[in-house]
Design a protein around this ligand. Structure first.
Ligand code: FE
Ligand code: FE
Ligand code: ZN
Length: 277
């Protein structure tokens, strides 16, 4: 069973996303928990959340992968920026409980010159503040392309963060295929070596979701520019082979490619066709 979907707009609510996903042939999806530029989140309608949960159950959906606003910087050098990230994520933990047992992905952030150690320390502190024993959501650290002072471009960064988190069962990893390839992990020529390295440094049991993107740039470019599947430097074959790897079986695969509804629908059909999972 391949769980595949794409990043949907949440502007019309939860049930509307479930219906759109079905129309596209998806059985999971991602969405921003609030306006990606930040700001106050809309109140959640519990009936709308319940309607989505029944759509998911009736159609055997995989876990959803909500995305924190990409503008948050949990390891900024500015106290007010870090405080904003903390408030957003704290609120999002409460909001996610309307959809129990799903995933919430975030970008670890950029240390903006404070140094890697300081960045990792700030992210770890924030996670220890917001995670609670009672939550049913697993928070996922996204693997990054290593652009500028980004944390999360190396598996070691993520391992060190997880190491400092107290509630380890509440934390996991989302691997973005464009980001890791940009970040010099060669999932095209030697995917097993990359997965072995991930396993050795972080532990494959921590890998909970995949962002499936091609890249506009060559291997190791640290640029983070997503491309449509098959039109970038990874290519359709390598992407299909990677997400079909038995070690990644059952993980929700989320497309974040530059597409409209029809584009996503055909990428989903194409990947379902070529992936023998
Ligand atoms: Fe992301
Ligand atoms: Fe991503
Ligand atoms: Zn990206």
């Amino acid at each position: 069973m391949l769980y595949i979907g794409y990043h949907l707009s949440s502007s019309k609510g939860f049930a509307a996303m479930g219906k759109e996903a079905l129309k596209a042939g998806a059985n999971t999806f991602a969405f921003f928990t609030r306006n990606p530029r930040g700001g106050k989140a809309k109140a959640i309608d519990p009936d709308d959340a319940a309607a989505l949960l029944s759509i998911m159950e009736e159609n055997n959906f995989g876990k959803l992968v909500a995305h924190a606003p990409y503008t948050l910087n949990p390891c900024s050098d500015k106290e007010n920026v870090r405080a904003f990230a903390r408030i957003c994520m704290e609120e999002d933990m409460e909001r996610m409980e309307y959809l129990p047992g799903n995933y919430y992905n975030f970008h670890p952030g950029s240390h903006v010159g404070q140094g890697r150690e300081k960045g990792i320390q700030l992210i770890t502190e924030l996670l220890n503040d917001i995670l609670t024993q009672d939550q049913t959501t697993t928070v996922l650290l996204e693997t990054m392309a290593g652009k500028g002072s980004e944390i999360g471009g190396r598996f070691e960064d993520i391992a060190e963060i997880i190491d400092g988190v107290k509630l380890k069962d509440k934390i996991g990893v989302c691997m973005d295929t464009c980001h890791v390839y940009d970040g010099e992990y060669d999932i095209v020529r030697d995917p097993d070596a990359v997965l072995n390295e991930f396993d050795r440094i972080i532990g494959l049991e921590k890998l909970k979701a995949l962002h499936v993107n091609d890249s506009k740039n060559p291997f190791g470019s640290h640029k983070d520019r997503h491309e449509k599947i098959g039109e970038g430097s990874l290519g359709l074959d390598a992407i299909a082979r990677f997400i079909s790897n038995p070690k990644l079986k059952g993980l929700p695969c989320i497309l974040e490619t530059p597409n409209d509804f029809e584009g996503y629908k055909s990428e989903i059909a194409m990947l379902l066709h070529v992936c023998e999972v």
